[in-house]
Design a protein around this ligand. Structure first.
Ligand SMILES: C[C@@]1(CC(=O)O)c2cc3[nH]c(cc4nc(cc5[nH]c(cc(n2)[C@H]1CCC(=O)O)[C@@](C)(CC(=O)O)[C@@H]5CCC(=O)O)C(CC(=O)O)=C4CCC(=O)O)c(CCC(=O)O)c3CC(=O)O
Ligand SMILES: NC(=O)C1=CN([C@@H]2O[C@H](COP(=O)(O)OP(=O)(O)OC[C@H]3O[C@@H](n4cnc5c(N)ncnc54)[C@H](O)[C@@H]3O)[C@@H](O)[C@H]2O)C=CC1
Length: 189
């Protein structure tokens, strides 16, 4: 059974630390910034890939710290993503996070993760997060491509129209809900 509970997090209001500046650090930082370009992120590693430096140059809220992991770096962070190539270090960071009640993702060890990153379908304001319960990230990626191709470009217009209608509807909560359910029922056909 897949017991993961999806939520949509406002990263602009949280402090994220990424430990590791290799391919995994780059992949996770890219995923974060693609969704939340102004998220405050600190990335720490003794060696940081050039692509990460380039991303930081484009995103003023990204701070790079060229150093090995130290528990003092956890202070003030809400979320941590761990992707060093040293399994013992990854495990230590996970334990340090748990001791401080910081949510942690250890990219190469699903069992140590409090949360997973998802594959994200975006069409205007619509966002769909896909997870395979860690079974196949590649399937998640492919299915994202399938859904992206399926969704019409007019979708944003539909959402904008629905927002206008939502704001203009009068009556009590139930009456508004009934009307919005009726209007959107065409989507089921
Ligand atoms: C559990 C999880 C934890 C987490 O990372 O959060 C996790 C774990 C692992 N990934 C591994 C490998 C790969 N991951 C990708 C890609 C993505 N991985 C992502 C999420 C997740 N990956 C979480 C579960 C998501 C779910 O529930 O489905 C995506 C969706 C989101 C993102 O990372 O942003 C992003 C696609 C984004 C997109 O394009 O839409 C590719 C393909 C590629 O890069 O093209 C490969 C190589 C091929 C393969 O293995 O499939 C390995 C083996 C490492 C090794 O062998 O050393 C582990 C560890 C393990 O499974 O033990
Ligand atoms: N979840 C996922 O999507 C994937 C996970 N992995 C796994 O993730 C791990 C990392 O992979 P890559 O990024 O490709 O490795 P890499 O070799 O490109 O980068 C490793 C990074 O960790 C840093 N590092 C090492 N010790 C550190 C310390 N004590 N403190 C801070 N930073 C430290 C290095 O400076 C470097 O920046 C590997 O174990 C790999 O198996 C690999 C592919 C996909």
């Amino acid at each position: 059974m897949n017991t993961l509970f999806p939520i949509f997090v406002k990263l602009e209001q949280l402090q994220l630390l990424i430990v590791g500046g290799g391919y995994v650090g780059l992949e996770k930082l890219t995923a974060v910034l693609a969704n939340a370009p102004a998220a405050p992120v600190t990335l720490v590693a003794p060696e940081i890939r050039a692509e990460i430096h380039a991303l930081a140059a484009e995103h003023p809220t990204v701070k790079l710290v060229q150093a090995v992991y130290d528990p003092a770096l956890l202070a003030g962070n809400d979320l941590v993503i761990v992707g060093t190539n040293d399994k013992a270090v990854n495990r230590q960071i996970q334990a340090d996070c748990k001791a401080r009640k910081i949510l942690v993702n250890v990219a190469d060890t699903p069992a140590l993760c409090d949360f997973y990153l998802s594959s994200v379908v975006k069409k205007g304001d619509l966002k769909i997060a896909i997870s395979t319960n860690g079974k196949s990230p590649t399937f998640a990626k492919r299915f994202r491509e399938v859904l992206e191709a399926m969704l019409p470009d007019t979708l944003q217009e539909t959402l904008d129209n629905l927002t206008t209608i939502r704001q203009q509807l009068t009556g009590d909560f139930q009456a508004k809900m009934d009307r919005l359910n009726e209007i959107t029922s065409v989507l089921k056909r």
